[in-house]
Write a protein that binds this ligand. Structure first.
Ligand code: SF4
Length: 384
């Protein structure tokens, strides 16, 4: 295993180590630079957009010892980032103590960037023991107020919850985000654009800025798990919401558009114009999708290795018997990966997310498409 010798570079719109773009351009191929661990399937919420959804449990099994997880990381010479997700990773103190803290310490020592996904609704002290070892604290923000939070976070709970409980959790989340941001933590808030959030995305962005978040991530609502039957935005509505957000954004907050459902090979001029604008604005980035391009997910209970969110793709391997680098090579050679791994360097595009392709472009053959515009250092031109 190669240890990174340099200090970590600051995370900025010009350096996002979760983005597979850099490796694809430098090496001419994808490499496994990112591992995500699902460390718990417990959660105190049941958000309607939850990508884990039906797999959330009341009690969970015995996790794989962290030494074995670290041994799996030791074998990846190309590793740059580790993400920790759940459920709510911070809910069970044993998970924090036995899995999260040792993983963060290991990554810090090796110079690996780390992200933890939390709903941030627990008392502040639950975050303070380990937060200094973390690079990105990722939260969800899809609400105008506590009433939206109550409706969205407890919709799938299965029993009646007193709205006052939701009020307290919502306030705790806002206070925690403010306080941790004040202490210098890089808080990145994610909003999923849906028919509901698209109407209020400017207000949500304003609250994200007021909480002191350094970054606002914007993705489509994923048609997976709890959200699989939810209505999706049309592409026209999505484009309009992005345009509106860009017109009213807070200039100091980095907006990261991920799994964006628009591509520079689009036949529609308005899609190409949007792509162009997104690459010309300061403090705005379009991230190529890490899932299946540089990242694998490991379930720490079963050891199963998957590409996050691609629920229809069965496990690709298991860390009890496979090296993660080998699993990744197998995935790269699979027909499903090849279907979405097109690449147009001149337009800074590396193709669609599989779920987004299936939802919005089921008939497009991305392997035969080609960018129609060029974007380069915040300038752009037509190719066709
Ligand atoms: S990389 Fe794929 S999606 Fe992007 S412009 Fe090229 S063909 Fe289209």
């Amino acid at each position: 295993m190669i240890r990174m010798t340099n200090e970590k570079k600051e995370l900025t719109p010009d350096w996002d180590p979760w983005d597979p773009w850099y490796t694809r351009v430098e090496k001419g191929r994808y490499e496994l630079t990112s591992v995500e661990f699902t460390v718990t399937q417990l959660c105190n919420l049941r958000c309607e957009h939850c990508a884990v959804g039906e797999e959330l449990v009341e009690r969970e099994g015995i996790p794989i010892p962290v030494e074995q997880l670290i041994a799996a990381l030791e074998e990846i010479d190309t590793l740059q980032t580790v993400s920790i997700t759940g459920g709510e990773p911070v809910l069970n103190p044993k998970v924090v103590q036995n899995t999260i803290q040792p993983l963060l310490k290991y990554c810090k020592e090796r110079g690996i960037y780390t992200q933890l996904n939390s709903n941030l609704t627990l008392p502040l002290y639950r975050y303070l023991d380990w937060i200094d070892d973390l690079d990105v604290l990722h939260i969800s923000y899809n609400y105008r107020d506590e009433k939206d939070f109550y409706r969205m976070a407890f919709k799938n709970f299965g029993k009646e919850i007193n709205p006052k409980v939701a009020d307290r959790l919502y306030e705790q989340m806002i206070d925690n985000a403010r306080e941790l941001s004040k202490r210098g933590v890089f808080v990145s808030a994610e909003s999923l654009l849906s028919p509901f959030t698209a109407k209020y995305i400017e207000k949500m962005h304003q609250t994200v800025a007021e909480m002191g978040c350094k970054r606002h991530e914007v993705h489509p609502l994923y048609p997976s798990d709890f959200a699989k039957n939810m209505e999706l935005l049309s592409l026209d509505e999505y484009r309009e919401a992005v345009w509106k957000l860009l017109d009213h954004r807070h200039p100091d907050v980095w907006i990261l558009f991920g799994t964006l459902p628009f591509y520079p090979c689009s036949d529609r001029k308005e899609d190409r114009e949007l792509w162009r604008r997104l690459h010309q604005e300061d403090n705005v980035t379009v991230r190529q999708d890490p899932d299946g391009r540089n990242r694998l997910n490991v379930n720490v209970f079963t050891g199963d290795v998957i590409v996050t969110d691609f629920g229809d793709v069965p496990p690709l391997g298991n860390i009890h018997r496979d090296r993660l680098s080998d699993v990744f090579e197998r995935w790269l050679n699979s027909p499903v990966a090849k279907e979405v791994h097109c690449f147009c360097k001149e337009a800074r595009c590396a193709g669609p997310n599989l779920l987004v392709k299936n939802a919005y472009y089921p008939r497009w053959d991305f392997q035969t498409r080609q960018a129609k515009i060029r974007v380069d250092h915040r300038e752009s031109s037509d190719l066709l």
